[in-house]
Design a protein around this ligand. Sequence first.
Ligand SMILES: NC(=O)C1=CN([C@@H]2O[C@H](COP(=O)(O)OP(=O)(O)OC[C@H]3O[C@@H](n4cnc5c(N)ncnc54)[C@H](O)[C@@H]3O)[C@@H](O)[C@H]2O)C=CC1
Ligand SMILES: O=C(O)CCC(=O)C(=O)O
Length: 420
Amino acid sequence: MKAKTMYDNVMEQFNQVADRIDLNENIRKILAITNNEIIVHFPVKMDNGEVKIFTGYRVQHNNSLGPYKGGLRFHPSIDVDDAKALAMWMTWKTSLAGLPYGGAKGGLQLDPRDHSIEELERITRRFTFALGDSIGPEQDIPAPDVNTNPQTMAWILDTYMQTKPPADRSKNQHVVTGKPTGAGGLEGRDRATGYGVYLTTKLMVESKGEKLDGKTFILQGFGNVGQWASRFLTEDGAKLLSVQDAHATLYNKDGINVDDLADHSKPRKGSIKDFEGAEEIDPSKFFGLECDILIPAALGNQITADNAGDIKAKIVAEGANGPTTNDGEKILLKNGVIIVPDILCNSGGVTASYFEWLQNRSGEIYQLDEVMERLTKKLTQTFRKVEDAAEKNQTDWRTAAYIIAIKRIEEAYVQRGIFP
Ligand SMILES: NC(=O)C1=CN([C@@H]2O[C@H](COP(=O)(O)OP(=O)(O)OC[C@H]3O[C@@H](n4cnc5c(N)ncnc54)[C@H](O)[C@@H]3O)[C@@H](O)[C@H]2O)C=CC1
Ligand SMILES: O=C(O)CCC(=O)C(=O)O
């Protein structure tokens, strides 16, 4: 049987909740489709003079609550189906967080490790040009995701601005978020997603009447999200036993030092391989390691029916988007594992992006301490909303989060008088 894709999973999740809340039939039809699926092909000259054709995607799922919002990833596996799933998750995430945004996602089918920095800049600029006014500060606002970063956002901003008349250029700073701070970015956006993973994990541990201090965790993905999440968690007393990335799986029963591992991986294009502060183990052992908390912070479809039964952790905190398949989730829930769902767990990133967008729109500059304070308040509120909905509906946390997110969109359509 063909394995389910991320899109199959997100549709199944949506349909289950739509049935459960008896979602208005017309709104159900709208939310089941993506508004726009943009595919662009464009040529770029490589360093050796050869011209290569690249394929880029931007899928805009729904904008009933505000402009489309979501990241861009550069990865060989991204295709229109993945972008559709990731865009839908963004719609639920922004709605759950109470932000004035819809959902989008996109990216380029390439491996950045195959390109020089100069090639990546030319590719990003041509991609931006090809997207044209499909993106825009009040239309669709990209942000970093897998293998993209503040530099990528700065190239997009600069290219987009050049397509506008000189007098209008500075009005377009909020066409992307996650920019470098010198180019209008927000202090704290770099750590915001990882901070949210940390905070929601801590709140979940505490809601079980326990303390984070002394808990052990294992981490998949040591990029932006994984590094910041593990830094905050270890600073608050948790112990990092194992890290897996695309290149290696590390283990140390006495704990892995996050800053040392970050210093090791930085000059190695992000790879954790050959780190001396831990032993390298067989990657297939990772999910079955003894620990209290598992944090998937890499790609989707990692926890499946094949490995969910091995998982010893009692909490799975989804830093990644869509890391758990629906079949994997059923096994986890049956085994009493609590899942902090992606649309809650990793929503610190888009919440901070909203602060960045507001900062650019208002001409203000927010300080790091006020950003972290606002982020903490907003994430805690969202966490409590999901906790209450899980209790009230006697259901798991993902279903509870979806109920809140989808009902908010339904309410918007109904109040606008479209589908009474
Ligand atoms: N950057 C952000 O602000 C946000 C990111 N996310 C999600 O978090 C996840 C990670 O994103 P970032 O940290 O930004 O990406 P990143 O590009 O900084 O890091 C990705 C990490 O995943 C690892 N990885 C890739 N393939 C793997 C594999 N097959 N097995 C194990 N590890 C693998 C890489 O080696 C790297 O350590 C993604 O699912 C992304 O959609 C969610 C919300 C916001
Ligand atoms: O910061 C943003 O706008 C979106 C980040 C993102 O792609 C995500 O939350 O999955």
